[in-house]
Structures are given as structure tokens and as C-alpha cells.
Design a binder for this molecule. Structure first.
Ligand code: FMN
Length: 168
């Protein structure tokens, strides 16, 4: 189900300054995945992931309208979400870089619904594509958690436009 949000016309905000201000919110980093109909694994780096609801179990993320992979995620039945561990910084760069061969040499396994989940992550979720909303230059996805697992690993952190790690 899609719903429409009225987006105000440009208000004169400096987009680069806004990006810097938003970057003051520290996040983790995730690799969002799905499969093409022929089984090819597809994925990209995101940090717009967040929890929404426990009952029902819902998470949220947003994808830029300009993304080449957007049509695959809009039509996918399920997604995989791997929260990256501090050792997986190179995977964050790889899944945000040129789209070909992102999975080459990457260890992953299919979740119960077939979504690729990356080995070595802090946590895995497999989610059903539930609701999409208009979010300006992004599309907001609400996804229902079908399967999850947490592992005792330290997270990769993103703050101020750079990668960080938790202090010991
Ligand atoms: C740390 C980090 C966080 C990102 N978060 C998001 C996000 O939440 N949503 C999004 O659409 N793109 C996000 N991106 C950008 C996408 O990963 C990138 O634009 C995409 O992989 C480019 O794929 P394409 O060239 O095939 O369109 C992020 C990139 C990085 C490095």
C-alpha cells in the first residue's frame, strides 16, 4: 500500500549544511539485500534503518528514488538486513560502490525466505515488504520482521560522515 505525503517546495535550506547536521545522529550501518527473479543476489549499504514497532514487529528504512536497484526492492516480497560489524567496513564501501560484482568473494547464506544474509554481521533480519510511503526524494519502506538473529560482535558506527567504532 502506498500513501502520499505533501512535500513543501524548497525552503532555501542549504542541502549540504542539512546533510552535515543530520550526520550528527550516530547510526549503525546495514547491507540491505534481496534476490532478482533469476536468483541473483542484490544489495546496497544503508544507514536509514531503524526500529518502529515490536507488536507487530516493524522496521523502517528509506531508499533514494535515483537508486538503480529501487525497482527490485519495491517489488521484492522479502528483504535481508545485515547489521555490519566493525570488521566489515570494507563491505560498507563495496555495497555503496559500483553495482557490478558487489557479492564477489562475499560470504553469505539465504535466510528462511531466500534473502541473502552476510556472514560476520552483528545481526540479521529477514523482513516482508509491507508498506511503502512517499518520502520526498526517498521512498520509505516499512518492513515486517519474519526472522532475526543477534551475534556477539561490535557494530560499525557512522557519525559525521565517517566510520567510527565504539570505545572499549
Ligand atoms: C554509510 C552509507 C549509508 C547509506 N545509506 C543509504 C540509505 O539509507 N538509503 C539510500 O538510498 N542510500 C544510502 N546510501 C547510498 C547507497 O549505498 C548508494 O547510493 C548505492 O549503493 C548506489 O547504488 P547504484 O549506483 O546502483 O544506484 C548509503 C551509503 C553509505 C556509504
Amino acid at each position: 500500500m502506498d500513501s502520499t505525503v505533501t512535500v513543501s517546495p524548497p525552503s532555501g535550506l542549504d542541502v549540504r549544511q542539512l546533510r552535515r547536521t543530520l550526520g550528527q545522529f550516530a547510526t549503525g550501518i546495514a547491507v540491505l539485500t534481496t534476490r532478482a527473479p533469476d536468483g541473483t543476489p542484490l544489495g546496497l549499504t544503508i544507514n536509514s534503518f531503524n526500529s518502529v514497532s515490536l507488536e507487530p514487529p516493524l522496521v523502517v528504512f528509506s531508499l533514494a528514488r535515483r537508486l538503480s536497484l529501487l525497482p527490485w526492492f519495491e517489488t521484492a516480497e522479502h528483504f535481508g538486513i545485515s547489521l555490519l560489524s566493525v570488521e566489515q567496513r570494507t563491505l560498507s564501501d563495496r555495497f555503496a560502490g559500483p553495482a557490478q560484482d558487489r557479492f564477489a568473494g562475499v560470504e553469505w547464506f539465504p535466510g528462511p525466505h531466500g534473502s541473502p544474509l552476510l556472514v560476520g554481521a552483528c545481526a540479521h533480519f529477514e523482513c516482508r515488504n509491507a508498506i511503502r510511503h512517499n518520502g520526498g526524494d526517498h521512498v520509505l519502506f516499512l518492513a515486517e520482521v519474519c526472522h532475526h538473529a543477534a551475534f556477539a560482535r561490535e557494530p560499525l558506527v557512522f557519525f559525521g560522515g565517517t566510520y567510527r567504532e565504539l570505545a572499549p
